[in-house]
Design a protein around this ligand. Structure first.
Ligand code: CO8
Length: 373
């Protein structure tokens, strides 16, 4: 058995950012048009008028102030309200591959590694743009990596589940190093006409290089002390988009083919599960929670993270203990906790302990305990 470390991380941030005010202005313009178009039916009580969104509500309920997106114009056009991402020919790299390669190159560079040092690629994310050939194999080819590659999807927890798979392969000697890449275009699956959720998501891609300890020489290596995963079925976060849609015409264009959730229930049910899993994992590793200097938590909702940290620590977390990136990135699904890690680990002293944790649809929860080398 070998030990596994995270020897480099990478981040791709899309070129455009949308503020809450911009998003709400587009949403409210749509609401105005909709209500005017259906004024007679609304007046007659046959239809309900749509309610306006509010930037103040969004920030208070979620902590989100803005989000990065792959296409801003299409999302903010009240007549469209979805990104415009033109199809590409089969000879061009797919957009997910392009984002993934960007983040992956940065992770390799930070780890001081070349593609020839890597034996496998896992693309772990919520929304894959096609079923096959695997995006991971396309990324593998684009980077010039030998060995094997595969895609996996565990929604928001994809990256931590991918890190466990990568750590297993490294520990067993099946690979010297594995790239875990999480390209997320969440805006492609977000219903920008739904007031309850139109503000939740943004786009980004992250990469993590998991490497054999004895070979790694990156400057900011994080030893993987352990990984722990948990899943429990729930319909509270769901997306029914899939290949069988074409076989059921009655469902085409329905809202359940995009992201839908019961946000309150998710909040209530997931927070205790996450705190319990992290506490249990730390106890198994005989790591007292007071010794953990940093919690890189999934970035969905600020209050959720504050509650989870409080449950664990028995007090409010200091801002640097549980770094927040959702204020400017929003929820980027599997990329979120890795963005928090990427932007907030280089200052840690040798020996410092940290917890990377994701949670989301499934339900799925992942916990990775790390120690700065
Ligand atoms: N503007 C103004 N008012 C609003 C708005 C709005 N935009 N939206 C709702 N309201 C109103 C409601 O109508 C309600 O009014 P009333 O009290 O009169 O009924 C009031 O505000 C309160 O609404 P909520 O109870 O819904 O508000 P919450 O305080 O619960 O906040 C949140 C809503 C922010 C959604 C919150 O519940 C939350 O964050 N929950 C956790 C959700 C979560 O973590 N989900 C994880 C999903 S991600 C995942 O797993 C990955 C999926 C894969 C990615 C897919 C890509 C698309």
């Amino acid at each position: 058995m070998h030990n596994a470390v995270i020897s480099g991380t990478g981040l791709y941030t899309p070129p455009h950012s949308i503020s809450n005010d911009e998003l709400v202005a587009a949403f409210n313009a749509y609401v105005g048009q909709y209500n005017a178009e259906h004024a007679a039916a609304i007046e007659a009580g046959q239809m309900q008028a749509l309610a306006e969104s509010s930037a103040a509500f969004i920030e208070k309920a979620s902590g989100i102030q803005s989000r990065y997106v792959m296409d801003k114009t299409g999302i903010l056009d009240p007549a469209r309200m979805k990104p415009r991402l033109p199809e590409r020919s089969n000879d061009e790299p797919s957009i997910l591959c392009e984002m993934a390669v960007n983040a992956a190159r940065q992770a390799l560079q930070r780890a001081g590694r070349e593609p020839g040092d890597v034996d496998a690629v896992i693309v772990a994310c919520s929304n894959l743009q096609r079923p096959y050939p695997a995006i991971a194999i396309e990324v593998q080819q684009a980077l010039g990596i030998q060995g094997f590659a595969f895609d996996m999807n565990v929604a928001c927890s994809s990256a931590t589940f991918g890190i466990q798979a990568a750590a297993n392969a490294v520990q067993l000697g099946q690979a010297r190093a594995v790239l875990v890449v999480s390209p997320e275009i969440c805006t492609g699956h977000l219903n920008f006409r739904d007031r309850d959720s139109h503000f939740i998501f943004g786009d980004a891609a992250t990469a993590v290089l998991v490497e054999r300890d004895s070979l790694a020489h990156g400057e900011h290596r994080l030893e993987i002390l352990g990984t722990k995963l948990l899943t429990q079925f729930s319909n509270n976060i769901r997306n029914n988009f899939g290949f069988l849609n074409r076989a059921a015409e009655e469902g085409e264009g329905q809202p359940d083919k995009l992201f839908v959730q019961e946000g309150r229930k998710v909040f209530r049910e997931v927070c205790p599960m996450v705190a319990d899993l992290i506490a249990q994992h730390l106890a198994e590793l005989q790591v007292p929670v007071e010794q953990v200097q940093r919690f890189w938590l999934h970035q969905a909702n600020l209050s959720m993270n504050q509650l989870i940290a409080k449950k664990l620590l028995g007090r409010d977390a200091e801002p640097q203990e549980a770094p927040v990136i959702l204020d400017r990135y929003a929820n980027t699904s599997s990329a979120g906790s890795v963005i928090a890690l990427h932007l907030n680990h280089e200052d840690l002293p040798a020996g410092a302990l940290g917890v990377l944790s994701s949670f989301g649809a499934g339900y799925s929860i992942g916990c990775v305990v790390l120690r700065k080398a």
